[in-house]
Write a protein that binds this ligand. Structure first.
Ligand code: SAM
Ligand code: SF4
Length: 386
């Protein structure tokens, strides 16, 4: 095995349970756990995030360096048939109930529509969603819908051209906005919008982003910035916390907990009503109800209010490595095993072994991240698949 410095090392070799032992973790033995992707803390992964590519046409400051990254070779990345097979094993054998395609930027893959069509023909009822930066979506939305895509998430951090360009290092806001509208018109709703707030750059835009989203029937989800940028520029004091986000919205909106069950969703959802500024009642607290319901907003507080105990995700990187957590230091090579001629049983077992050792929690909430004992993962978000 060639050792690549800076990238967590895949585990390969004979695919039996004892082979995948991680120091300090008892290996999974047959019969230890019911079938499916369960871990030693009793969580069951049913939500699969599969990265189609590590490449991207934007350079968001919280994700990629300005010069980009060293891209994987075409040969190193899963091809369409390999993706189809891995998804089939996940769904048919391991209890995957939901698929999210991501990247890098999934729209840069020329065979994206064919991949979705193939997965859809194998799994007529599987919810398949796509997370995209929206560049080029205006031209592809209808074809994605016809191929069988269920829903879409588009990332938009700012509605101001200058700020958008500063954050993504590309002047593509108009194209992205055209893409979101095309997705809605193609029937890829409910459209979700992902936004990361950066202090002093777009944080004060939180209320106008929400007003824009609810006006159009889009569900906005604010994501706390995580230490997953390739530049390693994240600091705790600079990140905008979920509490701050609620505060930023409270002058204009009243947020009340969404009564629907969270059901393992990473976002904590709130119902959104406009604050009646004529009333003296506005205290800014969550839970009041002013005015008619406008929509919902989600806040993904991975750092300050983590949801690890109810995590249902299993991740496959573009080069076919299983990651049980965004912050895993351990990866398990599924694609290498597949290419070596392994059968579906062996592949399923490797996947179960990888999930068995899923960490209990990422630890970002209680470890002093600026302290030397927190190790930021070597992979950036784009190289994992967010
Ligand atoms: N390129 C697509 C996009 O931007 O939507 C899909 C991949 S991107 C890695 C998926 C999501 O991760 C995006 O919504 C992006 O904003 C988010 N993201 C990237 N880096 C992040 C970070 N350091 N912290 C929090 N979210 C991040
Ligand atoms: Fe690309 Fe998405 Fe990362 Fe932005 S967040 S650089 S669009 S992969």
């Amino acid at each position: 095995m060639t050792v690549q410095l800076g990238i967590p090392q895949p585990r390969d070799g004979t695919p039996n349970a004892s082979d995948t032992a991680v120091p300090g973790v008892p290996p999974r033995r047959p019969g230890d756990a019911p079938p499916g992707l369960v871990d030693r803390y009793g969580r069951r992964a049913t939500d699969m995030r599969l990265s189609l590519t590590d490449k991207c046409n934007l350079r968001c400051t919280y994700c990629m360096p300005a010069e980009g990254l060293e891209w994987l070779s075409k040969q190193a990345v899963m091809n369409a048939a390999e993706i189809e097979r891995i998804v089939r094993i996940g769904v048919d054998r391991l209890g995957v109930r939901e698929l999210r395609l991501t990247g890098g930027e999934p729209l840069v893959r020329a065979d994206l529509v064919d991949i979705i069509a193939a997965i859809r023909s194998n799994h007529p009822l599987l919810p398949i969603s796509l997370t995209t930066n929206g560049v080029g979506l205006d031209r592809k939305a209808a074809a994605l819908k016809s191929a069988g895509l269920t829903r879409i998430n588009v990332s938009i951090d700012s509605l101001h051209e200058e700020t958008f360009t500063q954050l993504t290092r590309r002047p593509f806001l108009d194209r992205v906005l055209a893409g979101v509208d095309a997705a809605r018109d193609a029937g890829l709703g409910p459209v979700k919008i992902n936004a990361v707030l950066m202090r002093g750059i777009n944080d004060l835009e939180a209320p106008s982003l929400l007003a824009w989203a609810v006006d159009r029937g889009y569900e906005l989800r604010f994501i706390e910035q995580m230490p997953l940028d390739a530049d390693h520029g994240w600091t705790r004091k600079d990140m905008i916390t979920a509490a701050e986000i609620r505060g930023l919205l409270s002058d204009d909106f009243v947020l009340s907990p969404d009564p629907r069950a969270r059901d393992g969703a990473p976002a904590e959802r709130f119902e959104v009503r406009r604050r009646d500024t004529s009333s003296a009642a506005g205290s800014g607290s969550v839970g009041e109800t002013d005015g008619p319901l406008l929509g919902t907003v989600g806040i993904i507080a991975s750092v300050t209010e983590p949801f690890c105990a109810d995590c249902r995700r299993t991740r496959i990187t573009a080069e076919g490595k299983i990651m049980s957590c965004l912050f895993s230091r351990e990866e398990f090579d599924l694609l290498g095993l597949l290419r070596s001629g392994a059968d579906d049983d062996e592949l399923a077992r490797r996947w179960q072994d990888a999930m068995w050792v899923k960490p209990k929690a990422h630890g970002m909430d209680h470890v002093g991240l600026d302290a030397p004992d927190f190790i930021q993962p070597d992979r950036s978000m784009s190289a994992i698949g967010g």
